[in-house]
Design a protein around this ligand. Structure first.
Ligand code: MN
Length: 423
């Protein structure tokens, strides 16, 4: 199946390093000032209204329900299945190609469907059902284990045998651009067993990516690794905000709870695995050997996605805090999904599975402030003269991601939010 033709050009002027060239075609939900909600794709600095195009007959050869692109979320479209996602993607690419005049020369359709991205509001693309957060970066798990427990036995005995995860909370997942208040909770001073109640003093980000489930399973059904990608609609950037002081006190024995579930930020555009196909890469070697149900279905089940975290303080210049890569993850998506369902747990269209913090091998690739400042011991100097151990009120954290090879580039846009003072 042809997925990307890097030679394709569009009649829309696309800036050179745009995240959204004609071979990306992400999907999202948008709103124009005063307009109704619509499903959209991004092309260069523009947004294309798929609802309008559908009403005008541009998708007439694809069996789509009449109002499928007018809904509040993409879930009903996603549920139509992979052949439909593929047909819609190809049709959009066809309409945007330089050589195609259907939309380019249709003034009415263009005015009605093509907007500057800066003129629209990007909304939560998916009504998220269940949310699972993995813990799949060996570097991250090793760093955290070293800090919270013992550097000599940083990884617990199960870690190399299964993709560790916990069930998160979907209700507080927000879309890029939506800000949130610093959480409050029980915290204990170091060495004390008596908690006080206060706003978190160790608010952190977690650099993660997430995938959205595109095909459901029934209770009792298991997804083998080789089938896993057929159940994935696409990927987003994901910031799993974490209150480290609340986490340290509450997490034994059942794992994270209020330290994580006050907010998580997703990027608004969902990037398909078709668009990511040319950026496949070898997954890290695994030793000890995994159990048969977790065996990779192919050598290149990882994806080469460069990830960055930027901090914009309330005053002064932004600073890049780290550069990491999705390919560093020890456990891949197909292993995560095989493990998640091996006991018969069913999954549904719209479920979100996050990777866990993605840290790389070098200190400038660590995906959280906990690791970058080594639990506050090494504060980060900012261009404005301040320094950070953890996040301050007014700080904006911006996640970015892109794939680049010698032929082309696609990006994820950004996942951004500002920390507001606690209520
Ligand atoms: Mn996390």
């Amino acid at each position: 199946m042809e997925t990307i033709d890097f030679m394709l050009t569009s009649w829309i002027d696309i800036p050179k390093n745009s995240d959204f060239p004609i071979y990306n075609i992400p999907l999202g939900i948008a709103k124009n000032k005063g307009s109704k909600i619509f499903a959209a794709t991004a092309i260069g600095d523009y947004v294309l209204n798929l609802s309008t195009l559908h009403n005008l007959g541009f998708f007439k050869d694809i069996p789509l329900p009449a109002n499928i692109f007018d809904r509040e979320y993409l879930n009903d479209f996603v549920a139509l299945g992979k052949p439909i996602w593929h047909s819609v993607r190809n049709r959009i690419k066809e309409l945007l190609q330089s050589s195609n005049a259907e939309l380019r020369d249709n003034k009415h359709a263009l005015t009605e469907s093509l907007y500057k991205m800066s003129d629209v509001e990007l909304l939560m693309p998916i009504k998220i059902g269940d949310y699972t957060d993995f813990y799949s970066s060996k570097e991250h798990a090793t760093n955290v284990g070293s800090m919270f427990r013992d550097p000599k036995n940083a990884l617990l005995p199960n870690w190399l045998h299964l993709p560790v995860a916990y069930h998160g909370r979907a209700s507080s997942i927000i879309v890029s651009g939506q800000n949130f208040h610093r959480p409050k909770g029980q915290v204990t001073p170091p060495g004390s067993d008596v908690p006080t109640f206060s706003p978190s003093k160790s608010l952190d980000f977690e650099l993660e990516m997430a995938f959205i489930i595109g095909k459901s399973t029934g209770l009792g059904q298991y997804i083998p690794t080789k089938e896993a990608e057929n159940h994935i609609f696409g990927m987003t950037l994901f910031n799993d905000w974490s209150a480290r002081d609340i986490q340290r006190w509450e997490y034994v024995p059942l794992g994270p709870f209020l330290a994580k579930n006050f907010a998580s930020t997703t990027s608004p555009w969902i990037i398909s695995l078709e668009a990511l196909e040319p950026f496949r890469t070898k997954a890290p070697g695994q030793n000890p050997k995994v159990l048969p149900y977790l065996k990779h279905s192919r050598d290149d089940s990882a994806f080469d996605i460069t990830l960055e975290v930027w901090l914009q303080p309330e005053r002064g210049e932004a600073i890049k805090l780290c550069t990491s890569n999705y390919k560093y993850l020890y456990w891949t998506m197909e292993q995560q999904l095989a493990h998640h369902t091996v006991n018969g747990c069913n999954i549904n269209v719209g479920d979100l599975m996050a990777s866990g913090t993605i840290s790389g091998p070098t200190p400038d690739s660590f995906g959280s402030l906990l690791e970058l400042t080594w639990s506050g011991k090494n504060p980060i100097p900012l261009p404005n003269g301040e320094q950070r151990k953890f996040l301050e009120d007014g700080d904006t954290v911006i996640l970015k991601g892109y794939c680049q090879n010698e032929k082309g580039r696609i990006g994820f846009g950004e996942a951004r939010a500002t920390v507001l003072p606690s209520l």
